[in-house]
Design a protein. Structure first.
Length: 205
């Protein structure tokens, strides 16, 4: 997977490649999908959600330029696979989702792997997790209709955020946001993608 789907398509960050070599993707998909776990495609994980294709996980992780002293906010825990990659790269990960069952399953998976630097919560992704801001890096793993201002506000100076933005599945693009200071944010369009939508109204716990 790493050689044919990541290195062959231009992913070069050795820390990202190393993390994706170490984290077993098949542990993050439903049993009936395990035979496809290393395919270059997203897979359904229930509740209308998916685990992103490996290339997209690697691409967004590389865009973030995460270092071992960074604190990262992940919007959209999902299966926990991207969470596990980030936890390998960063000092700490704060991950939020609107689905209780996905959070609990991801927590169990990461605990079983011995991952201890991840914090989970049930929250609306548009609002982020202000109690622990600022974050050095923010990644959004669902398609937003716009860039939520609270997430920009929670990004540290010189911080980077990746987020798919677009009004439809065929019109999304991953945007890289670099926060220069409190008054200036640079936004760069990268590649077209198709993510499930970023929605509100977290489930009751």
């Amino acid at each position: 997977m790493v050689d044919t789907q990541l290195r062959a398509r231009g992913i070069r960050d050795p820390r990202v490649l190393g993390a994706m070599e170490r984290i077993p993707r098949h542990e993050f998909v439903p049993p009936e999908e395990r035979f496809r776990a290393y395919d270059d495609s997203p897979l359904a994980i229930g509740l209308g959600q998916t685990i992103s294709q490996p290339y997209i996980v690697g691409y967004m992780s590389e865009l973030l330029e995460v270092t071992s002293d960074h604190k990262v906010l992940e919007v959209g825990t999902g299966s926990g696979y991207q969470t596990a990659i980030l936890a390998t790269l960063a000092r700490g990960v704060f991950t939020i989702d609107i689905h209780v069952s996905l959070i609990e399953l991801a927590r169990a998976r990461l605990e079983a792997m011995g991952v201890r630097n991840v914090h989970f919560d049930l929250r609306d992704g548009h609002e982020g997790w202000p109690e622990f801001a600022p974050f050095d890096r923010i990644i959004v793993t669902a398609g937003a209709a716009f860039i939520p201002q609270p997430l920009v506000d929670q990004l540290a100076k010189s911080g980077r955020m990746t987020i798919p933005v677009g009004v439809g599945g065929n019109e999304q693009v991953i945007k890289l946001i670099v926060k220069q200071d409190a008054f200036r944010v640079d936004i760069h369009d990268t590649i077209p993608v198709r993510f499930v939508p970023l929605v509100q109204n977290p489930e009751e716990s």
